[in-house]
Ligand binder design. Structure first.
Ligand code: EPS
Length: 393
């Protein structure tokens, strides 16, 4: 129902996205997108590029007078670094692209893309594989979040671990009111260096980043995202590609650097007996047709369908593949061992990844929402959702 594409190279002229299937009638402004782009650029541990870029969107279509039209929304984010790369990245023939990169970096797309596409210059693959592309995903996700926000669903995320340092789960944002929790954490996250709710762990994490930077090394971590106010009934058990857990895992694992995705208890659940994993079912609180659950180890999804509990997704990010120092590699011209190519890069982008995970999750949940409750207008979705909730009581 709701789908999107992105285009653009990291050091090309711009990044673009087209979002198709966004219902009509959603209040939407450029500022709604820009504020998400700004959040993605924050966080200790980013490299020189973040000092250059000031991501802002231009909306070309699908929105009129601050309201979505139901038609495709086309958006563009200019790369401010482009003038520095014009010669290297110019689409026109005859440009001076400079010497080709022939020393693949372990962990990056370099080697695999050169074998698949026959690239001679590894830049032909790395430019598109770059996590710069996530700016366009975040722009697309901001539209999905506007739809979700209009029906009372909020997506939040935070840094749960960085390198070997785990934040204390007791510090994670909690509360029953999605809007209130969302705005409280939004206000708090601005004061944090790493979008981590645990100040003691965050101090250790920033120190770890400093030490990695000194060594020319990089770090990964874990992001936790929660979808609050999500109704039961999104996704389906009837076919593999309709299961919401599979769709979420696929969307999140497709983010640059993400190597594992957990739903709810995830990895820990696999190591525990069923009696300590499955969430017992208790009668609904009066006035609410949704049976209550004293725990939420399922992460809000059972059988591929939301059960009315918050959806909990954890994304595990590997360390950035571009290091400030070299690793063993080969020269693709001679096949002989040589140190890998290294470029200016980030030390750690886990805080930014959290904002990207939010976008991916929002797009997935908004897609499932329109599937169940209508895809043409916001008014239709609101009415249908209200009828569904009444039917549960
Ligand atoms: C990236 C390498 C760095 C990051 C970039 C992702 O860029 P550069 O090679 O220009 O220094 O800063 O991330 C962004 C530009 C961004 O907006 O997030 C990579 O190779 O993935």
């Amino acid at each position: 129902m709701l789908r999107y594409l992105t285009a653009g190279e990291s050091h090309g002229r711009a990044l673009m996205t087209i979002v198709e299937g966004l219902p009509a009638g959603i209040p939407l402004s450029r500022e709604d997108v820009d504020s998400e782009l700004v959040r993605r650029q924050m966080g200790y541990g980013r490299g020189g590029r973040m000092a250059i870029e000031r991501d802002r969107v231009t909306i070309f279509s699908g929105v009129r007078g601050g309201v979505s039209l139901g038609s495709p929304v086309a958006m563009m984010i200019r790369n401010r670094d482009w003038p520095n790369w014009r010669g290297v990245m110019d689409p026109e023939p005859g440009a001076d692209a400079g010497p080709p990169i022939r020393r693949p970096r372990p962990g990056h797309v370099d080697l695999a893309a050169s074998m698949k596409y026959g690239y001679r210059d590894l830049r032909d693959g790395l430019e598109r594989a770059s996590a710069r592309e996530t700016a366009a995903r975040v722009a697309a996700g901001a539209l999905a979040s506007a739809l979700l926000g209009a029906v009372g669903i909020r997506v939040i995320s935070w840094t749960a671990a960085l390198g070997e340092i785990e934040a204390d789960p007791d510090t994670f944002p909690s509360g029953d009111d999605p809007g209130d929790l969302w705005s409280r954490w939004r206000a708090r996250e601005e004061e944090t260096a790493l979008r981590c709710p645990d100040p003691a762990s965050e101090a250790e994490m920033t120190e770890l980043i400093d030490r990695a930077a000194e060594r020319g090394d990089t770090l990964g971590g874990v992001v936790e995202a929660r979808v609050l106010g999500v109704p039961p009934g999104l996704g389906s058990h009837v076919q593999s590609d309709r299961r919401l857990d599979g769709r979420l895992a696929g969307a999140v694992a497709s983010i640059q650097g993400i190597k594992a995705v957990e739903i709810g208890a995830g990895f820990a659940g696999a190591r525990s007996p069923g009696s300590r994993v499955h969430d017992e079912i208790h009668p609904p609180t009066p006035g609410d047709g949704v049976p209550s659950r004293p725990t939420n180890r399922a992460g809000g999804i059972e059988g591929g369908i939301t059960n009315g509990q918050p959806v909990v997704v954890r994304a595990h990010m590997k360390p950035i593949a571009t290091l400030g120092r070299s690793m063993a590699s080969i020269d693709l011209d001679t096949g002989s061992p040589i140190a890998s190519h290294h470029e200016r890069s980030d030390v750690c982008a886990v805080p930014a990844a959290g904002v990207v995970v939010e976008a991916a999750v929002a797009l997935c949940v908004a897609d499932a929402l329109t599937e169940k409750f209508g895809a043409d207008t916001l008014a239709e979705i609101l009415a249908s959702l209200q009828r569904f909730r009444e039917g549960l009581r």
